[in-house]
Design a protein around this ligand. Sequence first.
Ligand code: HPA
Length: 271
Amino acid sequence: MIIAQLQETVAYIRQQCSTPVQVGIVLGSGLGNFIAELSVEKEISYNDIPHFPVSTVEGHSGKLIFGELGGKKIVAMAGRFHFYEGYTPQQVSYPMRVMKLLGVETVLISNAAGGTNPHFKVGDLMIIKDHISFFTINPLIGKNENDLGPRFPDMSEPYSKELIAKAKSIAEKLEIPVHTGVYTGVTGPTFETRAEYALIKLAGGDAVGMSTVQEVIAAVHCGIKVFAMSVITDIGIRDEENTITHAEVLQAAKDAEPKLTMIFTKLIESL
Ligand code: HPA
């Protein structure tokens, strides 16, 4: 059934914009300005796309944007779907499958995340080398779509080692410091308690956020290569008494965005 839906979605999108695309982009909270780098060919509001969920969270605009960058044809999601908004894991990851059918081979994902590695500071960038699902629901639960991918997908390298190496060397050349670490996906919408941040750190997580994991699982399932990067927008592990607000997360993401944009741009050029 999902294949039939996907075909309707893709047929509509192709009517609006028939150019094949190679690279998909998912932009995180406060990180939507990357779009300014694209020479835009077509924008399609999520509301107009059959079977596409509609984004509601502050800081997300909810459009699929087709354009070009560095000689590559791009489809970018301005605004993504989160489980905490009430979407099912299948809805959250639906755009990855749409991208696959549109021809996407590589997806670049960004997100805002809390730092659980004591060496991280607000505004730092972290290339995601692996993830832990901290009680998020696997989007592949249910009947497997054999036309998309296998029942039991391998997850030994969800984040392409080749793209990680490329991004590190790009960051070095640009003199942008980057960490490499493990992203822990949570459901949200609450930020973590102190005890939860401590547990995530103990479990090997360097950062924690409310997105990405379900998208990555669906992308890997259907054979899309993934690169993902977090902007550290707050520090979960801290001694002093302070709260975390969504406004602070958005501001920190905005401030760090130019660095992330440069790395994404060069990485796309290198593909
Ligand atoms: N926890 C979960 N999600 C987040 C955080 C955090 O500290 N910061 C930004 N997104």
